[in-house]
Ligand binder design. Structure first.
Ligand SMILES: *[C@@H]1O[C@H](CO)[C@@H](O)[C@H](O)[C@H]1NC(C)=O
Ligand SMILES: *[C@@H]1O[C@H](CO)[C@@H](O)[C@H](O)[C@H]1NC(C)=O
Length: 315
């Protein structure tokens, strides 16, 4: 009998504890300028005629006492659609109202917990973001990082190139180990949340020493004929590219004797296609011999030579 009573008492006790336990926190999202109604309903066992309810926020302490509004009187109202409801209406929310709200009865029973989050569009946070231009030596590891502020916390996705091709990489870091020169490109990180998205661009430059390659090592030409010499120079950085003729003269523009031409040879990497052509009738017996294509990079000159050989007529 005694046991039976005790069991009955315990189950009542458990029920009460269940009612007294802090209710789960409700999350509400609002954009700036919108209204929000924070729900609060009396727990069973509280007498709606005598109970007295207060709202407080983690930022401002008590906001209401009964139906009286203590702060933000133009923006806050207690909305009682029934005797047991003590909802809090906040009109035209601003960032100030992003806080945790608690509705409590005078017996210290917590009736509701509401986290109000003010939606904020993603915005780049320069503090946690790589500089607009990142340089890395070829073969090294590079880490591009982006940080965004916003509410909800924006997710981040990475794109490559001017046309923003998806890379499939998400998160604040884009890590490229053993980076190759071809990785030189513009990279975009996009911060996105339910409000909107924002893009931020980072230029990655993979540095590598200058290199020069000639198309052919030997070119045969008749006396009085014309030759065209071609080379590809690449490097990051790549400063000057030019030809040194057989007489030791540096040629970097068209002259009476040569047509000089230079054009870009790489989509991403700094590469130049450099040609030197002799002009009709300008080639004499003294002009046969080595021609060198040179390119200047960081503290280094790369070169490659073409031998211009006289093509003798066979009798
Ligand atoms: C509100 O409560 C949550 C945990 O429930 C906490 O992470 C957050 O920082 C709180 N917000 C404020 C503004 O106090
Ligand atoms: C990022 O967030 C947006 C908006 O909430 C969502 O539509 C998108 O699917 C998310 N993307 C990823 C990769 O999580």
């Amino acid at each position: 009998m005694k046991m039976f009573l005790l069991a009955g008492f315990m189950s009542v006790g458990l029920l009460l504890t269940g009612g007294d336990a802090n209710p789960p926190q409700v999350k509400l999202y609002r954009r700036r300028g919108e209204d929000v109604l924070l729900p609060c309903r009396l727990a069973p066992g509280l007498d709606p005629d005598t109970v007295w309810v207060r709202w407080k926020s983690s930022k401002d302490s008590y906001l209401t006492s009964g139906v009286r509004v203590l702060k933000y009187t133009n923006q806050i109202e207690v909305v009682k659609t029934s005797k047991i409801e003590w909802n809090l209406l906040i009109k035209s929310v601003t960032d100030t109202f992003a806080a945790n709200y608690t509705c409590t009865s005078d017996q210290q029973v917590v009736l509701s917990n509401v986290q109000l989050l003010i939606l904020v569009a993603p915005k780049i946070d320069y503090g946690g973001t790589s500089s607009p231009e990142v340089n890395v030596d070829e073969g090294g590891t590079v880490e591009l990082t982006c940080a965004f502020t916003g509410e909800p916390v924006p997710n981040i996705t990475w794109f490559r190139g001017a046309d923003k091709q998806p890379t499939g990489i998400t998160g604040s870091k884009l890590v490229l180990p053993d980076v190759k020169r071809y990785a030189t490109d513009v990279y975009t990180c996009r911060g996105e949340n339910s409000v909107s998205n924002e893009d931020h661009q980072i230029n990655l430059i993979v540095r590598f020493p200058v290199e020069v390659d000639v198309m052919e090592n030997t070119v045969y030409v008749k006396r009085g004929g014309i030759f065209t010499l071609a080379c590809i120079a690449q490097g990051a950085p790549l400063y000057e590219t030019y030809w040194i003729d057989v007489h030791g003269n540096k040629v970097m523009s068209t002259t009476w004797k040569y047509d000089f031409n230079m054009e870009s040879a790489g989509a991403h990497i700094p590469a130049k296609f450099v040609t030197l052509a002799s002009r009709t009738g300008a080639l004499t017996v003294f002009d046969f011999g080595p021609y060198t294509c040179e390119a200047k990079g960081d503290g280094r000159v790369a070169k490659a030579t073409v031998n211009v050989v006289e093509l003798k007529e066979l009798n």
